[in-house]
Design a protein around this ligand. Structure first.
Ligand code: F6R
Length: 358
């Protein structure tokens, strides 16, 4: 492996990141605060009367915001929340469903196709996008749409793609008190950003240290079921899209019943893996015990094990700080790998080829 870039050399980091992914990650706390205001000030929203379920519809970076909101809000909302990543919607959705259609570009074909089903099923649609065909179709059908700022990669717009929808739901009366908690979270992320940002030197910067540890390895992220399993999936996708490496994820306790056995035979490959566990600080549950024991057992099998215990005053703070750390680590790993974190050429190519097929 060639000598990696010095992660404290901010000039070189800037040159290697022409699309500004690291800057977008550093700007995330501000984006979160703006996203909450956008949702709160949305000019029109669907009528909340009679809504008994919420469905988020989208793909990739636009869909994970739905997973986050589901993990944080389903219990407090007291109604089922689901996330749909496909061309079709299940027929159990209907007029009692708030269907939040999320596509950053507004041109994702699966999401546009699912909109036909939502129309047919009579769902109450809310659109979140920067424009594209989704906005055109929202306007043609007189569906409320919240237009979010463009110019980012969808995965770098996670604040808009999650919190704007949550703030809109709060204005509709479906949830209470979340916007205040989320503003507190955005404030606490600022401090984390200073700790993990480019100006914080390697010896004090855990995000840079972990990125260095991951050089030449395949990250496999295990999150405790619920919100940290969502964070694990976000980490995996960010390693794929920003760092351009294979990465995998699973959740505890389920992986204790299958995947844990799989690190047994292909020693040479298993040694290339860094297993990263995402757990909560002060968690005294049985699952937390499993994290400790599983990490111990895997130490003999894989190339390295990192156990992260996320802290924070609220669940929202814990989940977003886990996500934010992964965003930093994946951007630094891209720069260590000598790749531009921003473009996702193969996704663009695939979308073009699908469009050409008609
Ligand atoms: C790119 C990214 C992708 C897109 C996905 C759907 O940064 O994260 O996963 O989010 O291809 O596209 P949009 O978000 O435009 O609907």
């Amino acid at each position: 492996m060639q000598e990696p870039v010095n992660l404290d050399d901010v000039m070189t980091l800037g040159e290697m990141d022409p699309g500004g992914m690291l800057a977008a990650v550093e700007d995330f706390p501000r984006q979160c605060a703006e996203a909450l205001n956008l949702g709160r000030e949305a000019p029109e929203l669907p009528d909340a009367e009679g809504i008994s379920r919420v469905a988020f519809v989208g793909m990739g970076g636009s869909a994970i915001g739905g997973d986050i909101l589901r993990a944080l809000l389903e219990d407090v909302v007291g109604m089922p929340m689901s996330v749909h990543r496909s061309y079709r919607l299940p027929s159990l959705l209907g007029p009692d469903t708030l269907a939040v259609f999320v596509s950053y570009s507004g041109n994702t074909e699966e999401t546009l196709s699912a909109l036909d089903d939502a129309i047919y099923l009579g769902c109450r649609v809310l659109v979140l996008t920067t424009g594209g065909k989704l906005l055109e179709r929202a306007r043609a059908n007189r569906y409320p749409a919240v237009v979010i700022p463009g110019g980012l990669q969808p995965r770098a717009a996670l604040g808009y793609l999650s919190l704007t929808a949550a703030a809109a739901m709060e204005r509709m009366g479906l949830i209470q008190g979340f916007v205040r908690v989320a503003h507190g979270m955005a404030e606490s992320l600022r401090a984390k950003g200073e700790e993990w940002g480019r100006l914080s030197p390697l010896e004090k910067n855990f995000a840079k240290q972990l990125a260095l540890r991951l050089r030449g390895k395949i990250p496999v992220i295990y999150g405790v079921e619920g919100m940290l399993a969502v964070a694990a999936y976000r980490w995996k996708c960010q390693f794929n899209e920003n760092s351009k490496v294979p990465a995998f994820h699973h959740a505890l306790p389920e992986m204790n019943h299958n995947e844990i056995v799989g690190w047994h035979v292909l020693d040479e490959y298993s040694r290339k893996v860094e297993a990263i566990f995402l757990a909560e600080e002060d968690d005294a549950s049985r699952v937390a015990k499993r994290v400790e024991i599983t990490a111990d057992l895997l130490r003999e099998k894989v190339g390295g094990v990192t156990v992260l215990r996320v802290g924070g005053d609220t669940r929202t703070e814990r989940l977003f700080s886990a996500v934010h750390l992964g965003d930093f680590v994946s951007a630094y790993l891209a720069l260590l790998n000598g790749v531009d974190p921003t473009p996702v050429e193969v996704i663009t190519l695939l979308k073009e080829r699908m469009a050409a097929e008609g």
